[in-house]
Write a protein that binds this ligand. Structure first.
Ligand SMILES: Nc1ncnc2c1ncn2[C@@H]1O[C@H](COP(=O)(O)OP(=O)(O)OP(=O)(O)O)[C@@H](O)[C@H]1O
Length: 218
């Protein structure tokens, strides 16, 4: 496992992994993996296909359990505060997570309702993401990149502290990737934390970036 530490760590630790191990189909994907993420930090996880990036994200999101080790959110194990953790987490997995039969507006309304948040102006938001005129058609009629934009729209009205994003740049054009990275910086500047995977390099300058590269292990 190769690890890079760049930038300065602020003080309050939001997310910590302690000696995590993950086994899938008798293969140890990673073991004894530890890190700490403070307010304003991004963790950028890299690795070849099958190295275990999504598996690590699912552990960190509390969706699966590690073989060994534990995960702490603001100093307490996830297992002791599942509901609190869920309130502070925005997880967008490898798939877009949109309902294909619903329109972009309906998907936004659904996410806003379940997270008890309000979208001030959904037309303006979707327009700013290049979806003007596409707000009212079922999402299965949108292109892959347009569907990804609908999915990521959540990041513009979310108040969650911790964003865990599996390959958020997939299917996006360069213009939207740049916009998304600027939005990441704003979230971090407010004290948010981001964990993400990507097969492409981050282009923005992150003030406090941690990077982990998972090696493919046989
Ligand atoms: N639910 C599961 N049950 C069994 N094996 C799984 C499961 N999920 C993933 N795996 C296995 O774990 C390994 C790591 O998968 P994972 O999706 O974490 O890789 P990844 O690094 O995210 O890959 P990619 O870059 O292709 O998205 C793979 O060999 C996969 O077959």
């Amino acid at each position: 496992m190769r690890r890079l530490f760049l930038g300065v760590c602020p003080l309050s630790i939001i997310l910590a992994a302690e000696a995590l191990s993950c086994v899938r189909q008798d293969r140890v994907l990673f073991e004894n993996l530890s890190f700490q993420l403070s307010a304003g930090q991004v963790l950028y996880i890299q690795g070849k296909n099958g190295a275990g990036k999504s598996s690590l994200l699912r552990l960190l999101a509390g969706l699966t359990l590690p073989e060994d080790g534990r995960i702490l959110f603001r100093g307490k194990p996830l297992s002791e505060q599942a509901e609190v953790f869920a309130e502070h987490l925005l997880f967008i997995g490898h798939h877009s997570g949109i309902h294909p039969q619903l329109t972009a507006l309906q998907n936004l309304a659904f996410w806003a309702a379940i997270s008890e948040q309000a979208v001030a102006d959904p037309y303006q938001l979707l327009g700013s993401l290049g979806l003007a005129g596409l707000e009212d058609i079922p999402c299965f009629m949108l292109s892959a990149g347009q569907q990804r934009r609908v999915s990521l729209a959540r990041l513009w009205f979310s108040s969650q502290l911790l964003w865990i994003l599996d390959e958020p740049f997939t299917s996006l054009d360069q213009q939207l990737i740049a916009k998304l990275e600027q939005h990441f910086l704003q979230h971090l500047a407010k004290g948010g934390v981001i964990v993400l995977t990507s097969h492409q390099h981050l282009a923005a300058e992150y003030p406090a970036l941690q990077a982990i590269e998972l090696e493919y292990r046989w």
